[in-house]
Design a protein. Structure first.
Length: 336
């Protein structure tokens, strides 16, 4: 497993006279420490613990009255525990008279339930947005939301940033010949993302048509585009159970693909995901550290890249009232 920074270590645009108050929940403390290192600061002191019955207790251990605070918390497994913890932390800062409270959410859980696909379903992406607002968050910084429309679920400011530069830069270092390369969207929903990657990699693209007949289970059916004797790179935002990715990889191999790489922002890796990835005909799986991989056995084909400098730079710009969107020249094209 490899950890690679997106920007040179220790290089930051932070004005040392500006004091950023950075705090962390318990879901991804290593990422929080890396962000703090990039910003040239430390993670603020805070007590977060559980009572015997599981209730969460939070106490901020320094005065933050009138300060702009940033709270880093990924809504990953256990998602309900981490979500509730974030809400309580936000409430603690609100009651401690913070000036602004920015929830830095590298992975926004419940994002896949962003609309009703059949009757009597909940739209949890909107519910989480309401909960964060009610708790007292004044701004949200999120990375690679499952769909851009989630930004519209909030009545507070949302900065949506992308891991694209981190993943593309890594793939370019592999020096795969452009005429031997094709970027593949694992489903029709990721076409806009894949189109941008194809442009950045200066290569062609293909699309896999899949059908989702059962909850949380998808089947790859057809390939639109030429992938025979090509090196294929699949880009996605989330790998959950890895059913879609492993099925798509098998289909690509059956149709004549030479080598297959997978890039994804959020390594949810639930259930049989790691076993499926290890057994699938994939040469390398590149993910980011928006979600910690933990102490589980991680196949050697999985590479983890750090998005801490990217998040740190966004935090710096928010704090200094500078443009965040200018970090991503592809933003306008990506949305179209």
């Amino acid at each position: 497993m490899e950890l690679e920074m997106a920007f040179p270590k220790g290089v930051t645009t932070i004005n040392p006279t500006h004091d950023i108050k950075l705090f962390s929940g318990r879901s991804n403390p290593k990422l929080s420490e890396e962000i703090a290192e990039y910003l040239g600061t430390t993670v603020g002191p805070m007590i977060v613990k559980n009572f015997a019955d599981g209730e969460i207790y939070v106490q901020v251990e320094e005065s933050i009255r009138g300060d702009d605070v940033f709270i880093v918390q990924s809504l990953c497994n256990p998602v309900n525990e981490n979500l509730m913890e974030l809400l309580i932390i936000i409430d603690a800062f609100k009651r401690a008279s913070a000036n602004t409270i920015t929830a830095v959410i590298p992975y926004y859980g419940y994002a896949r339930q962003d609309r009703k696909t059949s009757g009597r379903e909940a739209i949890t992406a909107k519910l989480v947005a309401d909960l964060l607002t009610t708790a007292g968050a004044t701004r949200v910084l999120a990375m690679d939301l499952h769909t851009g429309q989630i930004q519209g679920f909030f009545n507070i400011l949302v900065d949506h940033i992308f891991s694209t530069s981190v993943l593309v830069n890594y793939m370019k270092k592999l020096n795969i010949p452009f005429d031997d390369l094709v970027v593949v969207s694992p489903d029709t929903g990721g076409v806009a993302r894949t189109r941008y990657f194809a442009k950045e990699m200066d290569c062609s693209m293909a699309i896999i048509d899949k059908r989702r007949d059962k909850h949380n289970e998808a089947v790859a059916l057809n390939i639109i585009g030429d992938i025979k004797d090509k090196t294929c790179i699949m880009f996605d935002d989330i790998i959950d159970t890895a059913g879609t990715i492993s099925g798509a990889a098998k289909l690509l191999k059956e149709q004549g693909a030479k080598e297959i790489y997978v890039c994804a922002t959020h390594p949810v890796f639930s259930g049989p995901a790691l076993q499926r990835l290890e057994e699938a005909p994939i040469k390398e799986v590149i993910v980011t550290n928006t979600i910690p991989l933990g102490d589980r056995y991680i196949p050697s084909k999985i590479t983890q890249l750090s998005v801490a400098p990217l998040l740190g730079e966004a935090i710096s710009r928010i704090h200094d009232d500078e443009s965040v969107s200018s970090l991503f020249g592809f933003e306008k094209e990506y949305k179209n």
